[in-house]
Design a protein around this ligand. Sequence first.
Ligand code: C2E
Ligand code: MG
Ligand code: MG
Ligand code: MG
Length: 282
Amino acid sequence: RAKGDGRGLFRFFESEMDARMQARRALEVDLRRATEQHEFELYYQPQFNLGTGSVTGFEALLRWRHPDRGLVSPAEFIPLAEETGLILPIGEWVLAKACAEAAKWPSTVTVAVNLSPVQFRSAHVLRAVVSALSDSGLPAHRLELEITESVLLMETESTLALLNQLHILGVRISMDDFGTGYSSLGYLQKFRFDKIKIDREFIKGICEDEKSLAIIKAVTGLSASMGIATTAEGVETQAQLSRVKAEGCTEVQGFLTGRPMAARDAMALLQAPSRVMQTDAA
Ligand code: C2E
Ligand code: MG
Ligand code: MG
Ligand code: MG
């Protein structure tokens, strides 16, 4: 192969990389402005108890209302927010906003907030949680913090100490996206989670694929024996709903029972005469 080809290819990659770097820098500038000018919103997705059918809480999900691009999904900007450290002020805002909103809800209804591993590495998350609770007046037990296995991946004394301090404060700790990380079982031994959220990946296959079903049976069995609640994430069909209920999941959160919605719609749902689970099929 001629040398010229290689150089051409190299130049191609070089300009490709340039373009990517530029896009990344542009996004970073955008994200800084968004943080300063509060272009973020929280959407709330309902969670239902599978035994009673009533709303138990909402997960707060971050949205960026971009002046030109409209509503941007967190998958698009959270990685960069983490790299740049912007996730710290953004995460603080999320905690404050979610707690303030939840303080208006009936006293049985909880709010779940996602924490990034980066927030978890900085001691300031504890302070942020304490101020969000005291500023809003929300009782600690109505706040759930969702962490993923990646938080515990580089588990150190300080990570466990932080989890224990949060636990002592009275907030609930959920393990999000359970099963998609590394050695999930080891983490269950080290820290007493209040809830396990079974990742959508396993729910997707629950009706067709024996392996997914076997994994869900194992997780619900394990959780039940440890006294940990389980949420089935990403339930989209009536068949999946029946199945996760039969397998003994405690809660459900998915497009079938409710999409993420604006705060006022969450409030309307809570004020409806019966706050029970509605599905498209019903
Ligand atoms: P997650 O914490 O696992 O949140 C659940 C995601 O699944 C949400 O996506 C939700 O809209 C989506 N979902 C719920 N039910 C269904 C369903 O039935 N089908 C399908 N296909 N999807 C469903 P979203 O809002 O795009 O958030 C994606 C991820 O971004 C979240 O995953 C979470 O890891 C992260 N994230 C969201 N908000 C925050 C935040 O405030 N802080 C941090 N650090 N991360 C956040
Ligand atoms: Mg979550
Ligand atoms: Mg999840
Ligand atoms: Mg996820």
